[in-house]
Design a protein around this ligand. Structure first.
Ligand code: NIG
Ligand code: FE
Length: 390
């Protein structure tokens, strides 16, 4: 494939501190980027750009690494508009709403589920997301969970087995029996289609022992744990995530000092999901506290039909800056490099040599505009593997 030089970039975020002023964003002003065979081969000041086969004039736009959305639930059918509307008139969010989506998902054809998934991934792409993780968890039987992951796997390698999302109605009287099914037969059927194993550790979902059982069994099958932890209340989720070497503890809304300490002394990323607090009218997680303690923070949409039906990483960045104490630079890093850390990927979330040429071009002189101009569609172009897709 011929090499292409993207020139006339007002700013370029590399997320590589070897570039620019040495800050975490590795920001270069008046920059150029050369891509070849789907990979970044050069980044630097425009005046030093090496010769390339083709030149693409970026017209003064800013380039950032494509967003890495490390937490979503896109294999679903049905609609929960009524639940959202009721919540906005005062009814609280509970995990119970998941059942509505489970019923609709079980009824849906493979084609309908795949089409819905593709539509939401496309929606994400239009908003600059070039890598997306997605989970099962609305099937809750062996056949349904395996189907969800098989369908998801055709769209993304970042698939997560979430059989432990909620105890389905047919096991209401036997939650331990359901946990055994998840950690046994269901896991066996799902592991070939999954990279990660997750559990919703929460009152009303799975307790500490059940969470540990599922994640440990998943690990034995070669899946890496991640945990829905401390979303609606204090609980053991974060401690279990750290204890089991999970890639990420997600939500982290209700944390004790010991939880923050445990994260700070671990490789486990704290993935914050502000769309969820926005859509459930809940208090936001304290990103500042985590950052001050030295925790690696990722931002993600949690896109799902119940608690957070947004596919927009720019929206999450804007909330994280306004409501969670993050600076615009920190939020951008967390939505790109942070997501890559949460997925243990070194090939995405940055734009320096060797990285995949996955990027978004913003109609803005600086990526700070993502927070400064909330709700404005600044993502003008999206390139994946060195090819312009949007
Ligand atoms: O991440 N917390 C559990 N799961 C989802 C919500 C799923 C739903 O309400 O359908 C979440 O918020
Ligand atoms: Fe989630």
């Amino acid at each position: 494939m011929p090499s292409t030089a993207l020139t006339h970039l007002t700013t370029l975020v590399t997320n590589d501190p070897a570039y620019g002023d040495g800050g975490p964003l590795g920001l270069i002003e008046d920059a150029a980027l050369v891509v070849e065979d789907g990979t970044v081969v050069w980044a630097g000041p425009a005046r030093q750009v090496p010769a390339a086969d083709e030149t693409y004039d970026a017209s003064g736009r800013s380039a950032i690494p494509g967003f890495v959305d490390s937490h979503s639930h896109l294999v679903f059918a049905g609609d929960r508009t009524a639940e959202f509307a009721a919540r906005m008139s005062g009814r609280p969010y509970t995990a119970g709403g998941i059942r509505t989506t489970v019923a609709a998902t079980r009824e849906a054809s493979d084609d309908a589920l795949s089409a819905n998934l593709a539509r939401h991934l496309r929606e994400m792409l239009r908003q600059g997301t070039t890598t997306a993780e997605t989970k099962s968890g609305y099937g809750l039987s062996t056949a349904q969970e395996a189907r969800a992951l098989r369908l998801a796997r055709a769209h993304t390698p970042e698939t997560t087995f979430l059989g432990a999302h909620l105890v389905p109605p047919e096991y209401e009287k036997d939650p331990d029996g359901y946990t055994a099914l998840v950690a046994g037969e269901m896991l066996q059927a799902c592991a070939p289609y999954a990279r990660w194993v997750d559990a919703f550790c929460e009152r009303g979902a799975f307790d500490g022992d059940q969470t540990r059982a599922v994640l440990t069994a998943g690990r034995e099958q070669g899946l890496v744990p991640r945990v829905h932890a401390n979303q609606l209340s204090h609980g053991p989720g974060v401690q279990i995530a750290v204890e089991l070497g999970a890639a990420s503890a997600d939500h982290c809304t209700h944390l004790t000092g010991a939880d923050v300490d445990a994260l700070a002394h671990s490789e486990t990323v704290a993935t914050l999901l502000p769309g969820c607090e926005f859509s459930t009218r809940s208090p936001y997680p304290d990103a500042r506290r985590l950052l001050e303690a030295g925790v690696t923070v990722a931002l993600s949409t949690d896109c799902n039909p119940g608690s957070s039906f947004t596919s927009s990483m720019p929206f999450c960045i804007a909330i994280a800056v306004r409501e969670m104490g993050m600076t615009p630079d920190e939020a951008l890093w967390s939505a790109t490099a942070g997501g890559a850390r949460a997925l243990r990927r070194t090939d995405v979330g940055r734009l320096s040599p060797g990285a995949r040429a996955d990027l978004a071009l913003l109609d803005a002189p600086s990526p700070v505009h993502l927070a400064y101009r909330p709700g404005v569609p600044l993502v003008a172009e999206v390139w994946r593997d060195g090819v312009r897709e949007i």
